[in-house]
Design a protein. Sequence first.
Lengths: 146, 170
Amino acid sequence: MRRTFLLFLLFTLCFISTSPALAQVQVRLRVIGASNEGQSIDPSLKDIYKELGSLFSFTSYRLFRDENLTLSPNQPVSISSRRGRLIEVTLTGLHRDIAELRIKVVREEKEILNTQVRLSPGRTVLIGGGPRQREGIIIYALSASF
Amino acid sequence: MKKSCSAISSLLEKYFDREVTDVERSHVEAHLLDCQACRDVLKSMGKLRDLVKTPVEEAVQKEDFPWVWQKIERGIRLEEKPPFWENLRSWLQISPLFQRRVWIPAVAAAAILLAVILPLLTQKIPSHPSPSVVEYVESQTHNVMVYELEKTKVTVIWLFEEPEKETPSS
């Protein structure tokens, strides 16, 4: 009886330690305001400024929000940003080094983007564009760590 | 004290200490029957012994000699430690878990599990068959462009405003 219990315990521990389904994913979400007004670069955007500068032609990048989201499977997390926008991030799948995320961007109750991305550590997904407001746009920068 | 008392007196101490032979004891006891002086000497010997013995015994009973135990324990500690394998073997013998020899199937199961899991953990399996980061993308209001920069590991999803529809001229 004790032997059976020990073996069961061993198998359970092995299963728990290797099961990714129980894991959570940390996603860093930054809401950036990009515009051509002024030439200021937010110091906290240093790590992606090079990429932003090579991709876009804006002269100013300001960090509006910097959130570390802890995502559990199929539990959406919403972050509201400026100009009535809302971004909703849901962890839909998790492989060894890939987190599958469903991202929805809603503006004034209108879904302006619905996408599914595979995010791995070290990769950044930038979501931007949309209606310009006062000569500026919103860029969402998502990166994962797990 | 009678004349023979001088001869008995040398035996009297031995008699008191119970060190005499049977012959000597009968000789002394026969003398003591007739000699009050020697009986008094014997009695005084008893009193003297009690006088010394009682406080010593009381002191010994009160004293637990901690320093003696400390010395003994230090001596035990200083003794050469048994080898590791001997310690392990004695521990295994003590442990009821190992007395039942459950460890044999447990270790075997752990080894099999390691053999199965380790290659799975160490081998580099591509995490996903498709290298694309964006699985799908849709927008009801905008045109969408996706481009990926593998060098910098950046993926951009860009929303373009649809060109404004021309308003019919009135």
